[in-house]
Design a protein around this ligand. Structure first.
Ligand SMILES: *[C@@H]1O[C@H](CO)[C@@H](O)[C@H](O)[C@H]1NC(C)=O
Ligand SMILES: *[C@@H]1O[C@H](CO)[C@@H](O)[C@H](O)[C@H]1NC(C)=O
Ligand SMILES: *[C@@H]1O[C@H](CO)[C@@H](O)[C@H](O)[C@H]1NC(C)=O
Ligand SMILES: *[C@@H]1O[C@H](CO)[C@@H](O)[C@H](O)[C@H]1NC(C)=O
Ligand SMILES: CC(=O)N[C@H]1CO[C@H](CO)[C@@H](O)[C@@H]1O
Length: 613
């Protein structure tokens, strides 16, 4: 038995000469700008997009005719390639490319498709015969995660069609159905894979963009508000699957792409002033897409929709770098800001053959940007077809249908290989130290109780709008008029008592000295600190205080006024209340009270906080 086993394992070794994925332990979460595994070790998302399950049909003519699919690559609504290449051959190549995670797009049509795939469509993978496209998707996930890949589910399209035009019916999460259905579908999808923790991410929606009439917004309110919709989805997904990463992509396009009209690619720019706060806050990853032919104000179109704005490929290297940093990179770079999160450039790509120098330069520079800044990434796409060496060549893994052979990144003649190989072999590895968490509170949409504990307990101030930090964090700053707040666990870590006791304060009963003369002072009881607030209109209604697991200092006691201007005891937190006065304590302090007044001309807004340590 023993020697037989040895022979067998040696034999299998001979077929697995490619690099394997370094061991990691799920689930994944975030530490500041880094994704880490369960042991706190860096898990850089070195990903590729394995497209196909979102559809490749270009929308007209016979769907079964390959000619009517993007680049003649008919995926039959499964990850591309299964028709011609055994899945292990594909996964071996992914490992060879240094990839450890897969962005796996799907369409809703695919999820609901009950027809059985034709045998010919999975000819190279007969084990998939007799399955529906969703069952094939399941099997592909099983094969990927068995090998150690992390999988990020990506809601790419509704209809199984090549993405992303104007008026393709896929522009927004709520095209052709309401937001609730979109969220329900997500809850269903994450529950489907919950037992497999290597299914590590839910990428909520692909390239949110303008449809014919309506621009999506980031915080603009109403049913086209992508910030609010993605926050609402995360709030429902996390209770169903607390371990999964939530990927939120910036807005991909707003405005009319006509010279003289406002138009832009906001990407992650609005995150600077409005970021997501998840119940389990170490699960948020932001993403954005960049291609050579698009630009910060260029739709990427030629002819109709083409403007005189520069495309990314037109920028000098230094301008390209500063543009990327302004549109996306800063989210990862700005430590101690409310928005700091990993940034995953989840689509970019170019053909590896016959290409203009300007596009080549863009690609090489983009990879250099990702490499030097150690950002997470997902190239588009991983798999594609060639015929006699010809084809679009964008994929890293090209399968030449005429020769029935691989012709990809490492098979010679692909100019992208040096940049790619340098990128995948770079980046920080090993243990990532704990960092402080920073998040923001807003009452822009009504209640924003981001404490899972408090949510399970229900209302503490019926009829008021309530905000509360995620469990383990405390409030460190407040704004004057916009009802915004800043939360952190800086310096103290989680200091909530084990019974998670809170006290709601609506009187001056606990005031221990007159730290804001003439003002109403709501103060926490001794050894309690501010974690939440409730407002009625602009007026402070109650404050929510958490009991500390230890006694809290009061040797330093400072009143910070922010009714006349910003007042920060330390320059931290970022701008969580754009255009509004805000005040905050130093990172080694806690807020012991909030002062306001309803005298003439004042509306009971928070005007001062009591900082103690
Ligand atoms: C989706 O949002 C748009 C833009 O606000 C709105 O006009 C439309 O009615 C919404 N769709 C559905 C089905 O709710
Ligand atoms: C994906 O987005 C589409 C809108 O195009 C929506 O119909 C669907 O509910 C979403 N599905 C999931 C699982 O998120
Ligand atoms: C270009 O985009 C930026 C935001 O990235 C915006 O401020 C500016 O107004 C846009 N320019 C035009 C011509 O629309
Ligand atoms: C890091 O943070 C985790 C979670 O908050 C905590 O359990 C752990 O003790 C911290 N480790 C160190 C070294 O501070
Ligand atoms: C599965 C799904 O969400 N399908 C929707 C896609 O969009 C069409 C309209 O374009 C709807 O009718 C479908 O219900």
């Amino acid at each position: 038995m023993r020697s037989l086993f040895l022979v067998a394992s040696l034999a299998s070794l001979c077929f697995t000469v490619q690099a394997t994925i370094p061991a990691w332990t799920p689930p994944l979460s975030t530490r500041g700008r880094f994704v880490v595994d369960a042991n706190g070790n860096r898990f850089k998302l070195k990903s590729g997009n394995w497209h196909g399950a979102s559809g490749t049909y270009t929308g007209s003519g016979d769907i079964n005719d390959d000619a009517n699919h993007h680049n003649r690559e008919n995926s039959h609504t499964m990850p591309l390639g299964l028709q011609y290449v055994p899945i292990d051959t594909i996964l071996n190549a992914f490992e060879d490319y240094g990839i450890n995670s897969i962005r796996l797009p799907f369409s809703n049509e695919m999820i609901r498709d009950t027809s059985i795939v034709q045998d010919a469509w999975v000819a190279a993978n007969p084990q998939f015969k007799g399955l529906t496209p969703l069952q094939v998707y399941d099997k592909v996930i099983e094969a990927l995660t068995k090998r150690g890949f992390a999988v990020i589910l990506n809601n790419h399209t509704n209809k199984s069609k090549w993405c992303c035009g104007v008026m393709d019916g896929n522009e927004r999460w709520n095209e052709s159905q309401n937001q609730d259905q979109w969220i329900n579908d997500w809850v269903m999808m994450v529950q489907r894979y919950r037992s497999n923790l290597r299914v590590a991410g839910a990428d909520l929606y692909n390239e949110v963009r303008r449809d014919l009439l309506t621009d999506p917004s980031w915080g603009g309110g109403g049913s086209a508000d992508w910030y609010a919709a993605s926050q609402a989805a995360a709030d429902r997904i996390q209770p169903a699957h607390p371990d999964i990463l939530i990927m939120v992509e910036g807005i991909n396009w707003v405005g009319l792409p006509v010279d003289g009209f406002a138009h832009s690619r906001p990407t992650l720019e609005p995150v600077r002033f409005l970021s997501h706060t998840l119940l389990n806050s170490n699960k948020l990853v932001y993403s954005a897409h960049f291609y050579a032919y698009t630009g910060p104000n260029h739709s990427g179109a030629t002819g109709i929709g083409e403007t005189t704005d520069p495309r990314y490929r037109d920028f000098s290297k230094s301008d390209l770098f500063s543009t990327y940093s302004r549109q996306a990179g800063y989210v990862a770079f700005d430590t101690n800001a409310h928005y700091v999160s990993p940034v995953w450039m989840s689509e970019f790509g170019a053909t590896g053959r016959g290409i203009a120098d300007i596009d080549k330069n863009w690609f090489v520079n983009t990879l250099e940007y990702l490499t030097t800044n150690d950002l997470d990434f997902a190239v588009w796409p991983l798999v594609g077809y060639l015929g006699n060496g010809a084809g679009d060549g964008w994929a890293l893994f090209n399968w030449d249908l005429s020769r029935n052979a691989r012709d990809g990144l490492h098979d010679g003649g692909d100019w992208r290989a040096p940049s790619w190989d340098a990128m995948v072999s770079s980046g920080r590895t090993g243990a990532i130290p704990n960092v402080s968490d920073w998040t923001m509170l807003n009452l822009d949409y009504g209640d924003f109780v981001q404490s899972a504990t408090q949510r399970s307990r229900g209302d503490w101030d019926s009829g008021a709008n309530k905000a509360m930090c995620p469990d383990g964090q405390r409030i460190l700053g407040l704004s004057n008029s916009k009802r915004r707040g800043l939360c952190t666990d800086a310096v103290f870590g989680n200091m909530w008592s084990s019974d998670k006791a809170t006290t709601t304060v609506w009187t001056e009963d606990y005031v221990d000295n007159d730290w804001a003369g003439g003002y109403t002072k709501y103060q926490c009881p001794a050894d309690h600190y501010l974690v939440g607030y409730a407002m009625r209109g602009a007026k402070v209604s109650t404050i929510q205080c958490a009991r500390a697991s230890r006694s809290l200092g009061k040797s330093t006691s400072v009143t910070v006024w922010f009714d006349q201007g910003n007042n920060q005891r330390e320059a931290i937190g970022g701008d969580y209340a754009q255009g509004d006065y805000h005040g905050s304590c130093a990172s080694d302090e806690y807020i012991a009270g909030v002062a306001f007044t309803t005298r003439i001309g004042k509306q009971g807004k928070p005007d001062a906080i009591l900082c103690r340590k």
